[in-house]
Write a protein that binds this ligand. Sequence first.
Ligand SMILES: [Zn+2]
Length: 204
Amino acid sequence: MRLRNIFNITSFTKFLLSIPIILLVLYFLPVLGVIMLIARYFVYGSRHYYRAPIVLLIVSLILLIPHGLELAMANFGFELTIPYFREFIGLGIYPSITEYAERIFIIGIVILIVSAIIKTLGEKITAKLSSKLSGALSNYFNQKEQTRREEIKLRTTEAEERIENSKKNIEHVVKCPHCGKVNTVTGTTGKCKSCRNAIQYKEK
Ligand SMILES: [Zn+2]
């Protein structure tokens, strides 16, 4: 249920930040439109870096065609007979459409350049960071492995020492090879109490 809600919120956000909606917002509230364009990168990710600015440029160029034709006709002194062209140019809304087209053209260019810079920088930084990070990680793991080995070695040595020590403290019954007296020896070596000769405990 919760996952479904999150999914719905995400798709609603994606719908809100879709290019047609942004184009519409850019007409009425240019600043909000620009904020939405920036927000797009966080929602859609880097896969869509160039889509929005390119669409903005294409739409602006299409919208500027009548204006461009008008300018060309005025400057080069020719007249194209396009039905309703003059009527369309003369519409009260056309100046604001031209203004809108110019605005989204500029926004499109700026976002295209900024995207390219961010993408290039981002890739370079990511590459550098990942190489540094992998180096640091491998160092860390090597260090850890070495520490672990040293610890094992230390523990093994300690255990061996303890065994040796315990051997030293164990009392052994040794029969003297010289006089035959049975002695109790602490550790592995000692002296015969009877003949004072060195005696040794041998493990079987
Ligand atoms: Zn002896």
